[in-house]
Design a protein around this ligand. Structure first.
Ligand code: NIG
Ligand code: FE
Length: 406
């Protein structure tokens, strides 16, 4: 048994069985001041107020116990959950950063053979060991910044051998780090070199059975200039019963990606920079979590997702980092939360729920991660004294983490 005591604020408490929060409910979370929390076998077993120093099963807050952590008035909250990343990649695309500064758009850079194909060329020339080593640096950076569960996509292989190399690396990351790692096969990220569009869609379909041995999810970049609704439908049909969809949709255009994702029971549809009421309507009463990626809006200068409209319609919203070399070279979920507040007008608690419980839901781990709930993993952030959820987003660059508990 390990105890954290003298907690100034225990934030993000949810009753058992709440797997996501939607609509008005996204605006609240359980808070307890002057609290303690008990951990056993890596799970939260109990929590309570310092004033009554006895837990449900009768133990007394010891304080002097060597296993105990004095929080010194810091906040304890669930660690960040990042349901959309591309952190397995080789090298860097900093050359394109200059093109971007000089005014080229994401699509123009891609059309010149930069973008995703550039990353695919770099990855092709990189050994599996080297790719693992390079990617682990980023994963550790994310964990240092408080991320305790993450999804990682393939999609810079764009041929069978290299896609499987990526999926093996994602699996090895999951075996190496204490954070939870979920894996997504994104063969349909761009048309691989040497293929016609048609031939590549077929190639992706042919990769599915082997990819399914490694991955939890399947993703398609369903957007203008990449894959059509028809391609997406074919790929998701082939993956039925093997891989659950999580779809890139509506980043560059109103693509139809949301609707095709919902039809195939996608666990999430992601990006959503460009949506209309039709997308909101399509998502109502589904199990699909709309996921927005404000870090890529920030980096590419795209519109921000209309999160408030989604909440007003009674939907939940998740936020994720999209950490990748082309559109969001950052996995800082605290910054994502701040962008949610500053640019999308989410309240701090709405944004907090978006980067914890709802993002955990969007990668299928919210029964284990994303809130302070008895029985869930003790995957927590302990902050310096004096922090709360508003300050977290408001004072968005001040270091706040004292310890990430995993
Ligand atoms: O989510 N939009 C597609 N894929 C990534 C970008 C990948 C890249 O440019 O390397 C994204 O933004
Ligand atoms: Fe992405």
């Amino acid at each position: 048994m390990k105890l954290i005591y003298n907690i100034g604020l225990l934030a993000g408490i949810q009753p058992e069985g709440v797997l996501r929060v939607e609509g008005a409910a996204q605006g609240s979370t359980g808070l307890l001041e002057n609290a303690w929390l008990a951990i056993e076998d890596g799970r939260i077993v109990d929590y309570g107020e310092m004033a009554d120093q006895v837990g449900h099963d009768g133990f007394v807050i010891p304080g002097s116990d060597r296993e105990s952590i004095d929080a010194h008035g810091g906040m304890v909250m669930p660690g960040f959950c990042d349901s959309h990343t591309h952190v397995v990649y080789a090298g860097s695309r900093d050359g394109e950063f200059l093109d971007k500064i000089n005014g080229l758009s994401y699509e123009e850079i891609a059309a010149r053979g930069g973008g995703i194909l550039n990353s695919a060329d770099l990855l092709h020339r990189t050994s599996e060991e080297d790719l693992l080593e390079q990617s682990l640096v980023r994963v550790k950076e994310m964990m240092d910044k408080g991320t305790v569960a993450m999804e990682i996509k393939s999609g810079y292989g764009l041929n069978k051998a290299d896609e499987l190399k990526m999926l093996r690396v994602i699996r090895r990351i999951g075996e190496t780090v204490p954070a939870k790692v979920k894996s997504t096969f994104l063969g349909a990220h761009a048309v691989g070199r040497g293929f016609t569009h048609e031939a590549y869609v077929q190639e992706v379909i042919d990769m599915i059975p082997e990819a399914a041995e490694y991955a939890d999810f399947i993703d398609v970049f369903c957007d203008e200039g990449f894959f059509t609704v028809e391609d997406t439908d074919r790929i998701l049909t082939a993956a039925e019963h093997l891989l659950t969809p999580k779809i890139h949709a509506n980043e560059l255009a109103v693509s139809g990606g949301v609707q095709v994702g919902v039809r195939h029971k996608a666990l999430s549809v992601d990006h959503l920079e460009r949506t209309t009421n039709a997308e909101i309507f399509a998502l109502e009463d589904t199990w699909t979590m709309p996921t927005m990626l404000p870090g890529s809006s920030f980096f590419l200068g795209l519109p921000y997702g209309q999160a408030k409209e989604f909440l007003k319609a009674g939907l939940g919203v998740a936020l994720a980092s999209d950490y990748n070399p082309g559109s969001s070279p950052s996995g800082d979920m605290r910054f994502v939360m701040a962008l949610g507040c500053i640019k999308m007008r989410l309240t701090p608690i709405e944004a907090f729920n978006a980067v914890t419980l709802n993002s955990a839901y969007a990668m299928g781990v919210s029964s284990e991660y994303g809130s302070i709930t008895r029985g869930k993993k003790a995957a927590l952030i302990l902050t310096q004294p004096g922090w709360d959820l508003t300050k977290l987003a408001y004072q968005y660059q001040t270091p706040f983490i004292r310890q990430v508990i995993l």
